[in-house]
Design a protein around this ligand. Structure first.
Ligand code: SF4
Length: 573
């Protein structure tokens, strides 16, 4: 990548001093998630950022205060909007507001963090150039403790600020972010707004442990002690809209669902993470716009389980990842390696589900089943496969073995009025079990689509499902390893717990569909499955399946950019 000549924001100098990787993710990749620390900062700046006060000067008891002053310097290569410039007794100085309490030194005196000092010093350099007079000191106001801490702009601090500018320019030309912070600075990661994107512990663990887990999942003893710095599960709910003829609008900070002019439901926007529209439901432009602004994706699926597409916020701006993606996925060796990883995980998960479901009383694991042995043989042979087409062939053989036994996974109720499964069929599915499987795969596809978009990939360029025109190939690739453990598992739960009966399906001509009530039960079971927590086979900590999708997509991104040596598919233990 080539360096941009755009001035560097003084805020970025703060970030690069705190953590160079944070600067890269935020200013080169342009990732900008908000956590409570960032939100707190925005709240504390509300007076400074107020349109009424910007660019205005007020004088009170001999001190002139100007707020929101924009300054830029070509010579320094930086720019910034200064919170406050005060002038008293002929001396001008910057005053920066920070969220939280002031740190204290060993003598108990309030002080300023290094990264904040660099930002304040950069403001002073801008002022010196703009106003032509020295700025020897400034102040930082800590809103949390309401302390105003002075800072001298020493030569050492000025040099450090110049070094931060140089470091930003160096980082701008990298194709991938620098390594996460070393162990002695790792405490900074726990308050970092980009921890879930950066995944510091996971990246460092993989750099030190290049071998992927093999097909048989590792035992608990071999799992690493990777500290979890990201949330275990996602906040907010998935809102499913399927009432035919209903419409969704926006009123204040709520989504309002109406039918025949009557309000059916009202949901606060902050409580929603994703919206799924199934069938004939209208979503207003205002509602779509607001959801895009709030980074709430909207996915569309048909009534018989075909994922149509998603309305997602403007793609993440990290062009460098998409460039790396196109490079990597044009390399046959890399595509083969990745295809083997996802198919290895899929086969291992199919085998695990099969053994768990079919194990007899006398057999602890169910590994005596011929299909389990057959899949084991396919796993053993996978390493010797030399083309993506052959991996597809292996995957197809595994599917034949697995679905050859799938009918035996289904419990028959005492009434005998249960479900049968003989073979997989689709477009359209012709029986209830196939209808459920298709629906579950469509849901999983939309979640994988959301995960790869969140990370910044182009969802249409894959490594395994290549050349499928108009299909989100990468989402389908990521989905492979999760099909048995999320989608198939939901179908089995619904049937074997008798949450659905044949009355929950309609068969018209050759097509079988869920009824509205059946879909409602399906959505509940699907969300419940996604919120179930499992142990990550490589990192060793627990998280929800919903979070696991994103973690895997981020591991893939790290592999694509060359940050880690291998991608390992998700395998249940
Ligand atoms: S999580 Fe840690 S290593 Fe990653 S960007 Fe934030 S501070 Fe840097």
């Amino acid at each position: 990548m080539s360096a941009t000549t755009d001035p560097i924001p003084v805020r970025a100098l703060n970030q690069v001093t705190y953590c160079p990787r944070l600067y890269f993710l935020q200013y080169v990749d342009c990732v900008m998630p908000v956590n409570e620390h960032v939100e707190g900062g925005l709240f504390d700046h509300r007076r400074v950022d107020s349109g009424d006060l910007k660019n205005k000067t007020r004088t009170d008891r001999g001190t002139a205060t100007s707020r929101g002053i924009a300054l830029s310097s070509e010579a320094l290569g930086i720019s910034g909007i200064l919170d406050v410039i005060e002038e008293k007794n002929g001396e001008q100085y910057p005053v920066e507001t920070k969220h939280g309490k002031a740190p204290h030194d060993d003598d108990g005196k309030p002080t300023i963090w290094d990264n904040d000092a660099v930002q304040l010093c950069a403001q002073a350099l801008l002022m010196e150039e703009a106003f032509g007079q020295p700025v020897p000191r400034g102040y930082q106001f800590h809103a949390g403790s309401r302390e105003r801490v002075p800072l001298e702009f020493t030569d050492a601090l000025r040099q450090k600020t110049q070094a931060a500018i140089t470091r930003c320019r160096e980082l701008q030309v990298l194709d991938a972010p620098p390594e996460p912070l070393p162990a002695e600075l790792r405490h900074r990661c726990f308050g970092c707004s980009l921890a879930s994107v950066c995944q510091p512990e996971e990246i460092l663990y993989q750099i030190g442990h290049p071998n992927p887990a093999d097909a048989d999942a590792p035992s608990a003893k071999t799992l690493p002690d990777v500290r979890l710095v990201i949330p275990r599960s996602d906040n907010g709910a998935v809102l499913y809209l399927q009432e035919p003829g209903s419409s969704v609008g926006k009123r204040s900070e709520h989504l309002v669902i109406k039918k025949d002019g009557k309000e059916m439901n009202r949901v606060p926007l902050h409580a929603v993470r994703q919206v799924v529209v199934c069938g004939n439901v209208q979503v207003s432009t205002q509602a779509l716009e607001t959801m895009a602004e709030n980074e709430i994706g909207v996915s569309y699926v048909t009534g018989h389980g075909r994922f149509i597409g998603s309305f997602v916020p403007a793609p993440a701006k990290n062009v460098s990842l998409r460039e790396a993606q196109f490079r990597k996925f044009s390399d046959p060796a890399a595509c083969l390696e990745l295809s083997k990883s996802v198919v290895r995980a899929k086969l291992a998960n199919q085998r695990t589900l099969l053994m768990r479901t079919l194990r007899g009383e006398e057999e602890a694991r169910g590994s005596h089943e011929p299909a389990a042995k057959g899949i084991y043989g396919l796993l053993a042979g996978l390493d010797r496969v030399t083309s993506v087409e052959s991996v597809l062939g292996t995957e197809g053989q595994g599917a034949a073995l697995y679905f050859g036994e799938f009918g035996r996974f289904l419990k028959q109720p005492p009434t005998g009025k249960g479900f049968d499964f003989t073979t997989r069929n689709r477009r359209p599915p012709r029986d209830p079990v196939n209808a459920l499987l298709s629906f579950a795969y469509a849901m999983l596809a939309k979640d994988c689509f959301a995960a790869v978009c969140t990370v910044g990939f182009d969802p249409y360029k894959g490594f395994f499902h290549q050349g499928r025109h108009g299909k989100p190939s990468l989402a389908l690739d990521l989905m492979e390893e999760f099909r048995p453990v999320i989608a198939d598992s939901v179908v089995l739960t619904l049937i074997n717990n008798e949450s659905l009966t044949p009355a929950d399906f309609i068969i018209w001509r050759d097509a079988c569909n869920l009824t509205d009530a059946g879909r409602k039960a399906f959505f509940a079971a699907y969300e419940q499955r996604k919120s179930a927590e499992v142990t990550h086979p490589v990192y060793g900590y627990r998280m929800s399946y919903a979070r696991m999708l994103e973690v895997q997509a981020r591991m893939l991104a790290a592999f694509v950019r060359g940050e880690i040596p291998t991608y390992t598919g998700f395998m249940v233990r």
